[in-house]
Design a protein around this ligand. Structure first.
Ligand code: HEC
Ligand code: HEC
Ligand code: HEC
Ligand code: HEC
Length: 135
C-alpha cells in the first residue's frame, strides 16, 4: 500500500479526532478562579489554578468534583465537560449551604495542601499571598 499525502492526512485527522475526544481534553488547563462575577466585590486578587497539573500529580476527578447522595460521591465522570455549569462549585455552594462558596474553595484547596504537607508529600500553596497573588 502506498502512503499518499492524502491518506497520511486522513490518519492525522483521525488521530486528532480521537485526541479531541479523550478525557484529557475535556478539561481546561490553567483556570482563573474569581468570585467577583458571583459575589460582586472581592477583597483579594483572583487565583490562578493549574487544573491539569493536579490531574498529572495523580489526583482523580472525584477528589475534587462531587455529587453526594447519602454521603457517597455518585458523580458520573463523563458529565465533567467544559461548559457544564452544573459542575461549578457555585452550582451548589451558596450562602445557604453548609459550606459557602468561599469556604468550599478554601476547605478544598487549603485542606488538601495542608494534608499533603503533613504527609510530607509534594503539595501546593497554603498562604494567602501564594494563591491570591498581587500583580
Ligand atoms: C490554596 C489557595 C488559597 C489560599 C492559600 C487562600 N485562598 Fe482565598 N480563595 C482561594 C480561591 C480559589 C478562592 C475563590 C476565587 C476567588 O479568589 O475569588 C478564594 C476566595 C477568597 C475570598 C473571597 C473572594 C474575595 O477576594 O473577597 C477571600 C476574602 C479570601 N479567599 C481570602 C483569603 C485569605 C485571607 C487567605 C489566607 C488566610 C486565603 N484566602 C488563602 C484560594 C486560596
Ligand atoms: C484538585 C481539584 C480538581 C481535580 C483533581 C479535578 N478538578 Fe476539575 N475543576 C476543579 C475546580 C476547582 C474547578 C473550577 C470550578 C468552578 O469554576 O466553580 C474545575 C473545573 C473543571 C471543569 C470546567 C467546568 C467549566 O466551568 O466549564 C471541567 C470540565 C473539569 N473541571 C473536569 C475535570 C476532570 C475531567 C477531572 C479529572 C480528570 C478534573 N476536573 C479533576 C478542581 C479539580
Ligand atoms: C452538585 C452539587 C455540588 C457541587 C457542584 C459541588 N459541591 Fe461541594 N458539596 C456539596 C454537598 C451537598 C456537600 C456536603 C455538605 C454541604 O457542605 O452542604 C459538599 C461538600 C463540600 C466540601 C466539604 C464540606 C466542608 O465544609 O468542608 C467541600 C470542601 C466542597 N464541597 C467543595 C466544593 C468545591 C471546591 C466544588 C467545586 C469544584 C464543589 N464543592 C462542588 C455539593 C456540591
Ligand atoms: C486533593 C488535593 C488537592 C486539592 C483539592 C487542591 N490541590 Fe493544589 N496541589 C496539590 C498537589 C499534590 C500539588 C503539587 C502538584 C505537583 O507539583 O506535582 C498542588 C499544587 C498546586 C499549585 C502549584 C504550586 C506551584 O508550585 O506552582 C497551585 C497554584 C495549587 N495547587 C492551587 C490549588 C487551588 C487554587 C486549589 C483549589 C481550587 C487546589 N490547589 C486544590 C493538591 C491539591
Amino acid at each position: 500500500m502506498k502512503w499518499t499525502g492524502c491518506s497520511l492526512w486522513m490518519i492525522a485527522f483521525a488521530a486528532l479526532l480521537m485526541l479531541s475526544h479523550s478525557p484529557v481534553n475535556a478539561q481546561p488547563d490553567k483556570m482563573i478562579l474569581d468570585l467577583s462575577a458571583i459575589s460582586g466585590k472581592t477583597t483579594r486578587p483572583p487565583v490562578s489554578f493549574p487544573h491539569n497539573r493536579h490531574v498529572e500529580a495523580g489526583l482523580s476527578c472525584k477528589d475534587c468534583h462531587h455529587i453526594y447522595e447519602n454521603g457517597k460521591n455518585v458523580l458520573d465522570e463523563s458529565k465533567l465537560e467544559e461548559g457544564n455549569k452544573g459542575i461549578r462549585c457555585s452550582a451548589c455552594h451558596g450562602p445557604k449551604s453548609q459550606a459557602n462558596l468561599e469556604q468550599a474553595f478554601h476547605n478544598q484547596c487549603v485542606g488538601c495542601h495542608t494534608k499533603y504537607e503533613k504527609e510530607k508529600k509534594k503539595t501546593g500553596p497554603r498562604y494567602c499571598g501564594e494563591c491570591h497573588i498581587r500583580k
